[in-house]
Design a protein around this ligand. Structure first.
Ligand code: CP
Length: 323
């Protein structure tokens, strides 16, 4: 695997999930495969789970990891080709990325969208420029439109939960992605990515519920059932994935903050005792109630813990391409 920026880079989702769950059973079983290999983790934005889980995963494969907070500690990077760099951007990615390529064996990058310019964000300019110029395998730690390590983790967590608690009489679990209110305009990445992965996985009855005019890009959601009444969408759900996103069509806006969309224990009563997921960080009592987060339906900590095994499975595949 030379890059991991979307589900399209994965040949067999179930095989990758199986590999991750094997690492969960035996974290150190491949502790020599990354010996004398180094991953550079570049952060243009804040992160807790992605940063730490990737470092832990790399260490368990025998790799060294170096974190560089480009956004805070590095020179401001220019990403546009043929830019006249007379502003505040100090170094072009065309000059910086090949140097990362000399220092590291794998380059991992975390960027966010501007939420100002849809065309720029959806062209994935930042991560594509790193892929173009670094000359080494590139791993997304979340990009402008997708968060593949999070989504792989989510499929792992769903599969793990189904292995532990099969659903009698059901061929496929019902999985509902439910929009939640938030105080800030957030990217569509997690929701896009979750939709892309659940659709590609193909082993769920997948429903997305959100207020009117919060449609995501159809290229990610095609195949899902979209319902604007949250209570109807939640009926008989086995998993509810809660996430806020800002508007996609009229890009990056907050149209509503209706607290009626917050997931509460009462709302869960129409589900099949659904497991509740969220990528974290979560705004308590805005997106999800304390009662749900602290109650037996929440699997958010298990989910965040599984970030390690997703990263380890992907890094292990990427190491094969550079041995
Ligand atoms: N879920 C997730 O990506 O968390 P961080 O922003 O803390 O990395």
């Amino acid at each position: 695997m030379r890059k991991f920026i979307s589900v399209d880079d994965v040949a067999d989702i179930n095989a990758l999930v199986g590999k991750a769950l094997d690492f969960k059973k035996e974290p150190w079983k491949d502790q020599a495969v990354g010996k004398h290999k180094r991953i550079g983790c570049l952060f243009l934005n804040p992160s807790m789970r992605t940063r730490l889980s990737t470092q832990v995963a790399a260490q368990q494969l025998g790799m060294e990891s170096i974190v560089f907070n480009v956004g805070q500690e590095g020179w401001a990077l220019e990403f546009e080709d043929e830019a006249i760099m007379s502003g505040n951007k100090v170094e072009h990615v065309k000059d910086a990325a090949p140097i990362f390529g000399k220092y590291f064996d794998i380059l991992a990058i975390r960027t966010f969208p501007s939420l100002q310019n849809k065309a720029d964000d959806y062209s994935e300019l930042y991560i594509n420029q790193f892929i173009k110029y670094a000359g080494i395998p590139v791993l997304s730690l979340e990009s402008a439109t997708l968060h593949p390590l999070q989504s792989l983790t989510d499929v792992i967590t769903i599969k793990e939960s189904l292995n532990a608690n099969p659903l009698p009489g059901k061929k496929k679990p019902k999985i509902v992605l439910s929009w939640a209110p938030h105080v800030k305009a957030l990217p569509q990445c997690v929701a896009n990515s979750f939709s892309q992965w659940i659709n590609a996985w193909g082993e769920a009855d997948f429903v997305i519920t959100h207020p009117e005019d919060y449609e995501l890009d159809e290229k990610f959601t095609k195949g899902a059932t979209i319902i604007h009444e949250q209570d109807a969408a939640l009926k008989d759900a086995d998993f509810v994935y809660v996430k806020n996103w800002s508007t996609y069509a009229d890009y990056g806006k907050i149209y509503t903050n209706d607290p009626g969309w917050m997931l509460t224990q009462e709302k869960l009563s129409v589900t099949n005792n659904a497991k509740v997921m969220h990528c974290l960080p979560v705004r308590r009592n805005v997106e999800l109630s304390d009662e749900v987060l602290d109650g037996p339906n929440s699997i958010v900590t298990q989910e965040a813990g599984n970030r390690v095994w997703a990263a380890q499975a992907v890094l292990s595949e990427m190491l094969k391409s550079i041995r």
